[in-house]
Design a protein. Sequence first.
Length: 201
Amino acid sequence: MSDLKNFENQNQKEQFFHILKNGIRIFIFIGLIIFGTMWLTGIIGSSNHHFACDAENVVKKSKINYFLQDGNYFNGGDFQSQDFVFEGENSLELKSENPFGFGFNYEFLKGNEEVVAWVWRYAEGSWGVNGKIVAAVGGKFWKATEEVLEVKENGWEKIQLKFKIPNFLQNELLNIYCWNPNKSPIYFDDFHIVIQELEDL
């Protein structure tokens, strides 16, 4: 009788540990699924935000014309041009009378981002070097560049601005735009902005 009772107790223990092991496996599996989903959606880890404007679609918002693409607004819709185009049917024409365009606002900076912006530009003369990409945060931060990455045979140049957001700009608003202070026109097309949130070191 004692042997039978010990046997039943041993079976109960084995069943208990078997159930416990399976429960741990299921818990780990579910945890991995949740973690993977959060990582892919950018809730944890680094994440990228990509914004683009091809100067094709102009809409009116609050009585102002904007370029609209993928739900994002870029200013300068009044300066859409068909004179010189890199791709599609339209570009952005800037000159001293209207020096700013493709302006885009990115809110709530975390202070750990890397920003890369590029655009194609064209001018009929040497004044094309005046066409720049600018990044600004109020009066706290300003950076501009006309670094040329690529030149096409038809004269279009790909320029890029790349920088990291300083920590002191947390919760600030970043404005990125194209700029031509020269009186002669410069044309811009296919504007892209990629903002990557880097993992804290």
